[in-house]
Design a protein. Structure first.
Length: 199
């Protein structure tokens, strides 16, 4: 039985710190493992053009970041493709089949809230143990059975239907997140969270 888990995690968030230091906000839009040690994160950096540029430059200098390529997506923000060493939370969930519902690196709260789906309770214990090994303080806030009927609203189910119809889940994708966002009228960050629930 799938479990929906909510953890409070107290971990270093260099992404948030770097964005704040440069007067911007940074949001993880999507992420994927690249190999055992590295991952790819797609970020939205929002703020004044000079501040966004300074943030992207600072990201490139962050420890563990191998590449950070920014592409201006609108007047106030930039989409940044980043290759980096997996952060502690991501390493902790490597060996478990966990599907993130909320990225803890998007949280502005301390401790950050991390919601994910695990395939069984044993995976939750393994993740919590690995977080401890990574030096990340953790508190379990909630573990409950995943109720698929409650997880997606009617509107979200409609969005998923449009995504399927337009080839979002195909490989390669026939539609980008941004184009799908415009099509369904939902901001990319919110849309990404909805899509992650079914991927």
């Amino acid at each position: 039985m799938f479990e929906q888990v909510s953890l409070a995690v107290k971990s270093k968030n260099d992404l948030l710190t770097t964005a704040r230091a440069n007067g911007t906000t940074a949001t993880v839009v999507d992420c994927r493992p690249l190999d055992r040690e590295r991952m790819v994160m797609l970020l939205d950096i929002d703020g004044a053009p000079d501040a966004v540029k300074a943030t992207v430059d600072a990201l490139r200098k962050m420890m563990g970041v191998e590449q950070a390529y920014g592409v201006e997506s609108d007047v106030k923000g930039t989409r940044v493709f980043t290759v980096l060493k997996k952060p502690g939370v991501c390493r902790a969930s490597d060996d478990a089949a966990a599907l993130c519902l909320d990225c803890p690196y998007n949280s502005t709260e301390i401790p950050a809230r991390w919601r994910f789906v695990a395939r069984r309770t044993g995976d939750v214990g393994a993740i919590v143990a690995r977080l401890g090994e990574e030096g990340i303080q953790t508190r379990i806030e909630d573990i409950s059975p995943l109720d698929k009927n409650v997880t997606l609203t009617q509107k979200e189910k409609g969005i998923i239907a449009v995504a399927i119809e337009n080839g979002y889940f195909e490989f390669p994708r026939r539609i980008t997140l941004e184009d799908l966002s415009r099509l369904v009228g939902v901001e990319p960050v919110s849309l990404n969270e909805i899509l992650h629930r079914v991927e």
